[in-house]
Design a protein around this ligand. Structure first.
Ligand code: GRF
Length: 227
């Protein structure tokens, strides 16, 4: 499956570094290394991708994801919880920043904060997350460690829409990754990330081009791109 579109333009930038106007607009939220952001940037740079990352936001000023964004010539921003009186204010500041870019998709790529309802409701069925387990198993921040501790023989990743519960929204894609003898958290996570790097850009492209529909927990693809 590849994202398809009627009038999607090839990605490019003009002299001012602005994204091409008719590419779908993607905002990425990331807290860490940003290898998933990189996969998205690489996919968006491909011919006919039809999407552009227009902003990278982090809650951590030292996140390497910000550096990746800058190296790709993309606007970056830091929104720190510590700079806001409470979680709701943080949530609103993040929402307003992201909404100002008029995103077609919002991608959580290793964003280690729980988004509050005011953020989630601002972008219905437009926020996608990747989680390093086969949900609903091993929700939370230590999914790979928890799966190994449980002794599973197969884990994987889940790319899903974001709703108001943590690691919970409708599933878009899953990939299974076998646990190998001698795996530790780092080695298993590395192989899981290879699957995330494949599936997350695919999901973002589909959401951004308006091809994902939901009914309760079920998500599916429409054949046609809405005009
Ligand atoms: C990914 O495994 C993602 O599933 C989890 O955090 C990790 C982020 O990795 N939520 P990276 O920063 O994209 O390398």
């Amino acid at each position: 499956m590849k994202p398809r579109g009627g009038s999607i333009a090839a990605l490019g930038t003009d002299e001012a570094g602005e994204s091409v106007a008719d590419s779908k607009r993607v905002v990425v939220l990331a807290s860490g290394n940003g290898s998933n952001l990189q996969a998205l940037l690489d996919a968006a740079a491909g011919p006919g991708a039809g999407m552009a990352v227009v902003l990278v936001v982090s809650d951590r000023p030292d996140a390497y994801a910000l550096e990746r964004g800058k190296q790709a010539g993309i606007d970056t921003a830091v929104v720190r919880p510590a700079d806001h009186p409470d979680r709701r204010a943080f949530d609103r500041a993040l929402r307003d920043l992201v909404a100002a870019t008029r995103p077609d998709a919002v991608c959580l790529a290793g964003f280690m904060r729980v988004l509050g309802p005011e953020f989630v409701r601002a972008f219905p069925d437009r926020i996608v997350n990747t989680h390093p387990s086969l949900l609903p198993a091993f929700r939370g921040a230590h999914a790979v460690r928890d799966a190994l501790a449980y002794g599973v023989r197969v884990s994987g990743c889940t790319v899903h829409l974001v709703d108001e519960e943590v690691d919970h929204g409708p599933v878009l894609f899953q990939a299974a990754v076998p646990v190998e003898d001698g795996d530790d958290e780092a080695s298993l996570h590395e192989r899981i990330k290879r699957e995330e790097h494949r599936l997350l850009p695919l999901a973002v492209g589909l959401i951004a081009s308006g091809r994902v529909r939901t009914d309760g927990r079920r998500a599916w693809l429409t054949a046609e791109v809405p005009s």
